[in-house]
Design a protein around this ligand. Structure first.
Ligand code: A2P
Length: 287
């Protein structure tokens, strides 16, 4: 069974989830159904991916009881602010076809809009009302976490950030953990780029693992929640099996992967200090 991580508010989240970023809407139901059939019990989506309906269809098609699958979705940047956030949450619930969202995240801080504190208060209300089991943030830098906690006194359950060997963000990880905020790694394989690293390949070859399993082991052994994405069932399976092989890495192997961090040069995604994409359907289509 996949181990789970207990969030600050007592909710348990499976440590491996299936990520759906960049899975086209029309392919999502099939990919998520395959993931659920292989044993994934945690699906990560976002309103800004425009594939929530496919996730919902897969949940219904597989006939799993709702409490058996942990579902995360996220608030688009254009939907920040108290009223819009409440409406957007309802729209996500409808698209997914579920009553209770397990984890609802602010997708990006968008500091230039100055709305994330107000938005956070709205999410905290959703959790208090029971419509979301847990609420958190994504792409928050230490200064944004600091401001949220100072203004509201409520720490997010998780901070979902870009973490992979070539961009492992030790500062953001530490700032989150220090406040009891669980770290979720997105693009945990560096969108596939870190699989070609010779250090990763060396560890994998020596232990009889695939490069993906070596990288995922490094995450798991650090206690991180990970959401690797693949549209190929054999890779989905290989990634899920990393929970069983993670113990093979020696402390020196973990240190060697940790040392691959290249700082900002290794970043693949947006820079949270300036990223302000509205995340409309037109944006999604343009990418
Ligand atoms: P594909 O979807 O064609 O299988 P990340 O989760 O860091 O964003 O990485 C996702 C990328 O890595 C995708 O391009 C995916 O390709 C590829 N990928 C995912 N799992 C594996 C794996 N086990 N081996 C090789 N490539 C993988």
């Amino acid at each position: 069974a996949v181990p789970s991580v207990q969030l600050g508010d007592g909710v348990r989240i499976p440590q491996i989830g299936f990520g759906t970023f960049q899975i086209p809407p029309e392919d999502t139901q099939r990919a998520v159904e395959q993931a659920l059939e292989l044993g994934y019990r945690h699906i990560d989506t976002a309103a800004g991916y425009y594939n929530e309906a496919g996730v919902g269809a897969a949940l219904r098609a597989t006939g799993l009881e709702r409490p058996e699958v942990f579902v995360t979705t996220k608030l688009r940047n254009v939907d920040q602010g108290a009223d819009r956030a409440r409406e957007a949450f309802e729209a996500s619930r409808q698209a997914l076809g579920i009553e209770v969202v397990d984890l609802y995240l602010i997708h990006w801080p968008v500091p230039s809009r100055g709305l994330y504190v107000e938005t956070w208060e709205t999410l905290v209300g959703l959790a208090e009302g029971g419509a979301a089991r847990a609420v958190g943030v994504s792409n928050f830098l230490p200064e944004h976490l600091e401001r949220l906690v100072a203004a509201t006194g409520v720490a997010p359950a998780v901070n979902q950030i870009e973490v992979h060997p070539s961009f492992s963000q030790p500062g953001s990880r530490e700032a989150s953990l220090r406040r009891g905020i669980a770290v979720e790694a997105y693009s945990p394989l560096g969108q596939g780029g870190d699989l070609r690293d010779p250090v990763v390949a060396g560890i994998a070859g020596r232990l009889g693992l695939t490069p993906a399993q070596a990288v995922l082991a490094w995450h798991l052994r650090s206690g991180r929640i990970i959401i690797p994405k693949s549209t190929h069932p054999e890779r989905m399976r290989e990634n899920l099996e990393s929970v069983r092989t993670a113990s093979l890495l020696a402390p020196e192997d973990l240190d060697a992967v940790e040392a691959l961090d290249r700082g900002p040069a290794g970043r693949i995604g947006g820079d949270p200090a300036i990223f302000a994409f509205p995340q409309t359907r037109e944006d999604a289509a343009a990418r």
